[in-house]
Design a binder for this molecule. Structure first.
Ligand code: 5AD
Ligand code: SF4
Length: 496
């Protein structure tokens, strides 16, 4: 299977198997060593920080070498088939380490847990602990159980868990960029997608706890936060009515509350409201978000983005297909025209806003003409970035139940190559247009290739490389004039 990924830190696949480090703390497991490896999307990496925080409370410290760990966790992704195979191979390597270190506990966390629990635990005997994404608070107990020689499993999904009160340990952080999870789960039921099954129902996190976490991060020196969720623009939080929350609910019928004339609208926090609340923390704090569903990206969100300079002009708006019949089969709940209208609205309300997308080629029954419509959608939008995949059938999804996976691999692959070729062309065109322009860049650190250069990202999420100037340090904003570009990077020099 060929997946092409154009790098973006917030997205799936770019970050694979990073081991995380945290400081030791006192507690029951004091001195015990934890190794966590994370795969997949930014949500998984963000979840690993929550897991690390929970285990730090019970005394664990981390190691970067799984050979000397007491507990080895792998935080998985199951969105596409190849991710599962990669995790299985890695677990086999951990099993070999376990022979030398028999007390070692090996566990699987996250999205793959529910589906593969019996396979990994009983059939293949690869793991001792299996924990789903809503059960991380139970980890200390589950580790106790596994210490006692028993297999430990908790894959229950929750309708409420948002880990709102847990202050994630920032692991492997540059101290400048951080992810803040604002919602969990997904109710969209796109027919190709396992997420609604692996991560459960959609629930939003209480806004004050989000604003507090963001404010604390800003005070600690962080300058760019990405609000994360499977579908951030359907974020919704309603404050319980004061009468109901004081336990007086039995005296107040819901109908009375609703018709009493009190403005319940005021108590509702939408994604646009939340975005504004975070943007208002400081003009020095950049705000990004990911991922948006085209059905939910309202003009209200776009106007909020336009109003605040520190909300980055970048929207990840997965189209998946450019054809209305395929979109219908995918259960995306919008059609080609709706998507184009939303792109027009972005161009109108936020001129110059960067747009990226996800595309799946060879979905069930996709014809050649329908594939051409995906290509023509790419011509229409001229995406800045794209994440492009061949369709891979996932067990239990609506598509797996309803439709035959009938497009031959060779055809899926050829269509993918056509999509990739077109995207490479537009990504390059987009960067070429920046030459001669001045970009505001947040310095993130030294460039990977040379400590004589700084690297940072523009408002539109393009990577920019420029010579170090001692007056400016990572975490500061600089204006950079773009002089040239490679296929994925802008190169320039500081002008102020
Ligand atoms: N096959 C191929 N790609 C998929 N994605 C999700 N499920 C599948 C699948 N079964 C892609 C979608 C989604 C991205 C995160 O992964 O494009 O937006
Ligand atoms: Fe999956 Fe669709 Fe939800 Fe995205 S919006 S997580 S593709 S079901």
């Amino acid at each position: 299977m060929i997946d092409l990924v154009i790098p973006d830190k917030t997205h799936d696949e770019e970050r694979q198997g990073e081991a995380l480090m945290l400081e030791p703390a006192e507690g029951k497991n004091s001195g015990r060593k934890l190794y966590i490896e994370s795969y997949g999307c930014a949500m998984n990496f963000s979840d690993s920080e929550i897991v690390a925080s929970i285990l730090q409370e019970s005394g664990f410290e981390t190691t970067k070498d799984y050979n000397n760990a007491d507990v080895v966790f792998i935080n998985t992704c199951s969105i596409r088939e190849n991710a599962e195979q990669r995790v299985r191979n890695r677990l086999k390597e951990f099993t070999i380490a376990k022979v030398k270190n028999p007390g070692m506990i090996v566990g699987v966390l996250g999205c793959m847990a529910e589906r593969l629990k019996s396979k990994f635990l009983e059939e293949e005997k690869l793991v001792d602990v299996v924990v789903g994404p809503d059960a991380y608070r139970d980890l200390p107990n589950l580790i106790d159980t596994a210490d006692g020689g028993q297999k430990a499993v908790n894959v229950l999904l929750s309708r409420e868990e948002t880990y709102a009160d847990i202050n994630p340990v920032r692991l492997n952080s540059n101290g400048i960029n951080a992810f803040v999870s604002i919602m969990r789960g997904c109710d969209n039921m796109c027919s190709f997608c396992v997420v609604p099954f692996t991560r459960g129902r959609e629930r939003s996190r209480e806004p004050q706890s989000i604003v507090k976490e963001c404010t604390d991060l800003f005070k600690a020196g962080y300058r760019e936060l990405t609000l994360l969720g499977q579908n951030v623009d359907s974020y919704k939080w309603s404050k319980p009515h004061p009468a109901l929350s004081k336990g007086e609910g039995s005296d107040v019928l819901a109908g009375e509350v609703l018709s009493s004339g009190e403005d319940l609208g005021e108590a509702l926090t939408t994604f646009a409201n939340l975005l504004e609340m975070v943007a208002l923390i400081s003009p020095e704090l950049r705000v990004r978000f990911s991922t948006s569903h085209p059905k939910d990206i309202t003009d209200e969100v776009l106007h909020t983005m336009a109003k605040y300079d520190n909300i980055c002009n970048y929207i990840h708006l997965p189209v998946q297909s450019g054809n209305s019949r395929v979109l219908d089969l995918m259960n995306r709940t919008y059609d080609r025209e709706w998507y184009m209208e939303r792109v027009d609205a972005i161009r109108r309300i936020i001129p110059g806003c960067a747009i990226s997308t996800d595309i799946i080629t060879g979905f069930c029954t996709e014809t050649e003409e329908e594939h051409q419509e995906t290509l023509s959608m790419m011509d229409y939008v001229q995406y800045d970035f794209a994440y492009m995949f061949m369709y891979s059938e996932r067990p239990g999804t609506l598509a797996a139940k309803r439709y035959a996976d009938d497009i031959p691999e060779a055809v899926k692959s050829r269509r993918l190559q056509e999509v990739i070729a077109k995207q490479q062309q537009y990504s390059h065109v987009r960067l070429l247009k920046e030459i001669g322009q001045v970009q505001r860049v947040l310095i993130e650190g030294f460039s990977k290739k040379s400590d004589k250069d700084y690297a940072g990202r523009s408002d539109k999420n393009a990577m920019v490389i420029f010579p170090v100037d001692e007056r400016f340090k990572p975490g500061m904003y600089v204006d950079v004039v773009v002089e040239r570009c490679t296929t994925a990077t802008l190169i320039g020099k500081i002008v102020s």
